[in-house]
Ligand binder design. Structure first.
Ligand code: PLP
Length: 414
């Protein structure tokens, strides 16, 4: 059970917006941060800010220890077999680019295929487009059906001996769909392909165990799970990391530099050139402790109940159409919808005046929206600090939208 007083842990949620209590429904874009995370950030800068892996004085050793402890913490959170399998990055986007740039350039050849899905975020499309263009490879896409589920019946046709990688989201940031990663991984491996999972929307919201998923790469971001912006990770099997060439070149990733060549450190350091994002990686561990204080299963259950309530309430608002699976066992709390007769930007603007923060646009998923026949949608997305009261405020706000955007005669007729 997630108690309602969780909200009190988040200073930003205590404020009023346009003289109304703030209702934050945009956690799929970025989550809010609890006070203990903000305090941990200040403590780092006030008490032990120093560069890592290079100083032999007390502060540097303390910072290095905290940074490496954070790696252990992140590894344990996703049940990675070894902390060396965690490469700190700026976030999901950089983690996926790292794989495309290093593993991809070393392993993808002309004529090879990379299988994506039509519900991917741009950060799990564009890096593969860049790689495919460079190497002469081909991208293929697993579609989704009218209920927002991946069309698994097409997998056998799309997975061939040419498929070298399947890269898919674990939870859609628009439809909320939770994808069957275990099954897809099993079938991809049987076809000889590796699997990269975009965990940006799953790792913050449900227990994720890379060993149970069986995948080869997992990318995720701290800022979507109560941690700071600018930190994230790539998890990959150690043997893969070991065989991959470096990403960025610079200090800290080398063993020996000569004038015309260098040798590199072992993973993960080979992939962490330059001064890393020390503070934010350390503080990410505090965010993980905070989430684990409730338990990811409890957070998932809270969101499942809230999503069920939200879907039922939204169904009651005339003119509102919700996308994605209806069954809350198959989806999370990213809820995209449209309001008949009102552009999503107008919907978001009216809701903002009611103190409600939602996102409007294509949510970095243009192919998905094209598939739905839309150029944009409005999205409300939930996290542990949201309550049924927030959903009630949203539906009241949508009634205001409806009154403003439905012609008077039409309102009278209804
Ligand atoms: N993948 C998905 C499914 C996302 O929702 C997002 C962010 O919204 C990303 C990738 C990119 O994450 P980041 O911007 O933290 O790199």
């Amino acid at each position: 059970m997630i108690p309602e007083r969780v909200r009190e842990d988040f200073p930003i949620l205590q404020q009023r917006m346009h003289d109304k209590p703030l209702v934050y429904l945009d956690s799929a874009a970025t989550s809010q941060k609890p006070r203990i995370v903000l305090e941990a950030l200040t403590r780092y800068y006030e008490e032990y800010n120093a560069n890592v892996h290079r100083g032999i004085y007390f502060l540097a050793e303390k910072a290095t220890q905290a940074y490496e402890d954070a790696r252990v913490r992140v590894a344990r959170f996703i049940n990675a077999p070894r902390p060396e399998e965690i490469v700190f990055t700026r976030g999901t986007t950089e983690a996926i680019n790292l794989v495309a740039y290093t593993w991809g350039r070393a392993n993808i050849r002309a004529g090879d295929e990379i299988l994506l899905t039509e519900m991917e975020h741009h950060s799990n499309i564009v890096p593969w487009q860049l790689l495919a263009a460079e190497q002469g490879a081909r991208l293929r896409y697993l579609p989704f059906d009218g209920a927002g589920r991946l069309a698994l019946e097409e997998l056998d046709t799309l997975l061939t001996e040419r498929t070298k990688l399947v890269a898919l989201t674990h939870q859609s940031n628009v439809l909320g769909t939770i994808t069957p990663v275990e099954e897809i991984t099993r079938r991809a491996h049987a076809a000889g392909a590796l699997v990269l999972v975009d965990g940006a929307q799953s790792v913050p919201h449900m227990p994720v165990d890379v060993q149970a998923l069986g995948c080869d790469f997992l990318a995720f971001s701290a800022h979507k799970m109560c941690g700071p912006t600018g930190a994230g990770a790539l998890w990959a099997r150690y043997d893969l990391l070991d065989a991959m060439p470096p990403f960025h070149g610079g200090g800290e990733m080398i063993m020996l530099v000569q004038l015309d060549s260098s040798t590199y450190k072992d993973p993960p350091y080979k992939f962490e050139a330059g001064t890393p994002n020390i503070a934010d990686c350390i503080v990410w561990a505090t965010a993980i402790d905070y989430l684990e204080g409730f338990g990811l299963a409890a957070i998932r259950e809270h969101e499942r109940q809230l999503t069920r309530y939200a879907l039922a309430q939204l169904r009651e608002v005339r003119g509102v159409r919700v996308y994605g699976p209806e069954d809350v066992e198959q989806r999370g709390g990213a809820i995209a919808f449209d309001v008949q007769g009102a552009h999503p930007h107008d919907v978001a603007q009216v809701l903002d005046q009611e103190g409600i923060a939602v996102r409007a646009g294509h949510h970095c998923a243009q192919p998905l929206h094209r598939r739905l026949g839309l150029s944009a949608s409005t999205r409300a997305s939930l996290y542990l600090y949201n309550t049924p009261g927030d959903i009630d405020t949203l539906t009241r706000g949508l009634e205001v939208v409806r009154r403003l955007f439905t012609p008077r005669t039409a309102v009278r007729d209804r």
